[in-house]
Design a protein. Structure first.
Length: 255
């Protein structure tokens, strides 16, 4: 709720009062999702592929860090995993020979158990090496910051050639807003809030265009804006591939 209040607080110009006929509400457009992304690992910024205002698609590389040290670690981990794999194969062959001797009665139970223990240790060492390889590969992948969904680039604080520390108090980030899906925020009185249940179909009007929308949720507690308007926050979701800037006024026609 605090987040919703913050979104409404700076919108003194937002007329979120109900129309006299109670069949239309005034509100404003917000981003459906807005996220700040960092690389998750530290390194020197090698390339920045996007600029604010640009449209990106899911999976698109936004920023790249120098991958050399991470590539070396992957090669080291791969070699270690291969070594332990060979040792595991050898230990498995030894165990099978010892098992055959045990079945013939030529090997004691104690000796067979020792061989089983050696095989378990070889298996554990190989498993750990494989996990280390996966970890090293994952960290290498993190050197390429990618968009998690279709989005608009809001801002970027990465600087080419600078060292980006992912664990810094204020790490470098790329801020994205989801593209294609928007949220219309408005206020409703208690009776209307009870009527606007999740899934209710509405029409959103923005700059002369109409969009089919759906009620995504209604607040359970009243909210008061800085200009004294009180009501329950209603969130409407609708789709548009065109850019609609956050803060744009809109009208929502009710069923």
């Amino acid at each position: 709720m605090k987040k919703s209040i913050r979104m409404l607080a700076g919108a003194a110009a937002l007329a979120m009062t109900m129309a006299a006929a109670a069949d239309s509400l005034q509100g404003k457009i917000e981003w459906s999702r807005r996220v700040a992304l960092n690389t998750g690992v530290s390194g020197q910024v090698r390339a920045i592929h996007v600029t604010p205002g640009e449209a990106v698609v899911a999976g698109q590389v936004l920023v790249e860090l120098d991958p050399v040290l991470f590539q070396i670690r992957v090669r080291q981990a791969r070699s270690q995993a291969a070594l332990y794999a060979a040792e595991l194969d050898a230990q498995q062959a030894d165990f099978e020979r010892e098992q055959a001797l045990f079945d013939e009665g030529s090997l004691s139970t104690v000796q067979l158990k020792l061989e089983q223990l050696s095989l378990s240790r070889a298996l554990a060492a190989h498993t750990f090496a494989v996990l280390e390889l996966e970890r090293a590969q994952h960290r290498l992948d993190l050197t390429r910051l990618k968009a998690p969904f279709d989005a608009w680039v809001i801002e970027s604080s990465f600087e080419l050639g600078a060292y980006a520390a992912s664990d810094a108090e204020a790490p470098a980030t790329v801020i994205l807003a989801e593209r294609g899906v928007y949220a219309a925020h408005l206020l409703a009185d208690r009776a209307l809030a009870n009527r606007l249940v999740a899934g209710t179909a509405v029409t959103v009007r923005v700059s002369g265009q109409r969009f089919a929308g759906t009620v995504a949720g209604t607040g359970l507690e009243p909210t008061t804006t800085v200009d004294g308007v009180t009501g329950y926050l209603v969130t409407i979701r609708f789709e548009s591939r065109a850019l609609i800037r956050a803060g744009t006024p809109c009208a929502v026609d009710l069923p």
